[in-house]
Design a protein around this ligand. Structure first.
Ligand code: PLP
Length: 430
């Protein structure tokens, strides 16, 4: 075999890209994979993926459309956009038209497109999901973090937003609001959303409302800021979380008429980058937004299951001495280890990253450091309580017609071993 000669010039990699570090998430995932390979008993609470299968109507439709081969319209397949417009009109009590919907290969890619077309600063409540800020960094945008407190369930206080906006005299700003929230599991109530909408309107903020966990609000009472600030809000959602289809890569934006130039600019970016989302996936995704019995039962059962598991998991963490705000939706709980700071310090653990590494090595429980979510050096960890057999749990919920999940079931034993392992470890450090 011929050997490849050395490439002599230094590689011209964009400095903006070089400036973005590899996230701690990857390191934790690599370590947990390695431990699994070594036969260790790892509880994987790092990756926030739906534990449930893709709903039957979507799978059947994907099979039926597998031979569809043409490229689709850049903005997205019209019947899918119509179905999404109907879904958002219903759930958010808004009058949305298919022409306002943009389909993309995951909401993450759409968010990158949005940041690319806007020349503005990013405003993020701390904590926020891991990818917003690195995307801003890749594009050379500035990010401002707005501190939130666990005493206020990690939610953005309207006064904090107002004070920041009064002092800001730079570029226009894009606020990202995510409810149900990753990483805290918090959900904004109707009145909280109204108060934030008032501030956003007063300061003419652009708002990206990330609602990717909308149908997993434990009480089914998700509310979008678009209800109260429709003219400045872009809704972001998709099938990755509440329809269990993260790997299908389909997300969407709903852009109000007032912001049409943004939609048009994003279509230009789409047309010169990914062209369109895979045709069979777009066609099959329509059934996710239709009110079929299968789909409604699936959403109801998975929501109830996540509620029972989320409440059980967070209360067991608390019982083991880890402060944890009770989640209200989604897949996540944010644990605070401040009360163990001294003991952890004695063992050389000074931040969330070290905490996650050492906890994984000692207990086999993998979780992500709060620093990945904008919480700096804090001793916080995000737990994605999804390491269980979602197919069996869903089946149990559907066939028993039960409103309450048996948390002692064998399907959940592995997941629920985590709080006890963490508690035992913490006590061993004292
Ligand atoms: N927004 C939040 C808050 C998320 O947690 C995730 C995925 O983890 C995404 C967006 C990305 O979703 P998608 O699969 O649509 O790109």
């Amino acid at each position: 075999m011929n050997s490849v000669p050395d490439f002599k010039p230094s590689l011209p990699i964009n400095q903006l890209v070089l400036n973005v570090p590899r996230s701690a998430t990857l390191a934790i995932n690599e370590t947990s994979k390695q431990l699994l390979l070594e036969g260790e008993d790892v509880v994987k609470l790092g990756l926030g993926q739906s534990p449930f299968p893709v709903p039957k109507p979507m799978v059947e439709a994907l099979k039926a459309y597998a031979s569809t081969k043409d490229y689709m319209a850049v903005q997205g397949y019209l019947p899918l956009r119509e179905a999404i417009a109907g879904f958002i009109s219903n759930t958010e009590q808004l009058d949305v038209d298919a022409s306002q919907v943009l389909i993309g290969p995951g909401s993450k890619e759409l968010f990158f497109g949005l940041q690319m077309v806007l020349d503005c600063d990013l405003l993020l409540p701390a904590p926020s999901w891991v990818s917003y800020q690195p995307q801003a960094n890749l594009l050379g945008r500035r990010t401002t973090w707005l501190p939130c407190s666990s005493d206020e369930n990690w939610k953005l206080n309207p006064a904090t937003l107002d004070t920041h906006c009064q002092q800001h005299n730079g570029k226009p700003q894009l606020l990202v609001l995510n409810t149900p929230n990753n990483p805290s599991g918090a959900c904004y109530s109707d009145s909280e959303i109204q108060a934030l909408a008032d501030v956003a309107r007063r300061h003419e903020l652009l708002v990206l409302s990330d609602e990717i966990y909308s149908e997993l609000h434990f009480q089914g009472q998700h509310v979008s800021i678009a209800r109260y600030y429709p003219e400045g809000t872009i809704i972001s959602n998709g099938i990755s979380k509440w329809a269990g289809a993260g790997g299908w890569r389909l997300g969407f934006f709903v852009v109000p008429e007032t912001l049409r130039p943004i939609l048009e600019a994003m279509i230009v970016v789409a047309s010169e980058t990914y062209t369109s989302v895979s045709a069979p996936v777009q066609m099959a995704a329509i059934s996710a937004f239709e009110d079929s019995t299968d789909m409604l039962d699936y959403i109801h059962a998975s929501r109830q299951a996540m509620r029972d598991i989320g409440l059980g998991f967070s209360s067991q963490l608390q019982a083991q001495g880890v402060r944890c705000v009770t989640p209200q939706g989604g897949f996540y709980a944010l644990g605070e280890f401040e009360s163990h700071r001294e003991a952890l310090l004695r063992h050389g653990i000074t931040d969330g990253y070290q905490l996650s590494r050492r906890m994984l090595e000692a207990t086999g429980v993998a979780a992500l450091p709060g620093s990945d979510f904008g919480l700096g050096q804090s001793l916080t960890l995000r737990f994605a309580y999804v390491d269980f057999d979602g197919q069996s749990v869903l089946q149990q919920m559907l066939s028993a017609g039960t409103e309450k999940l048996d948390l002692d079931s064998s399907f959940l034993r592995h997941l629920f071993s985590a709080p006890q392992r963490i508690g035992d470890w913490l006590r061993s450090l004292e």
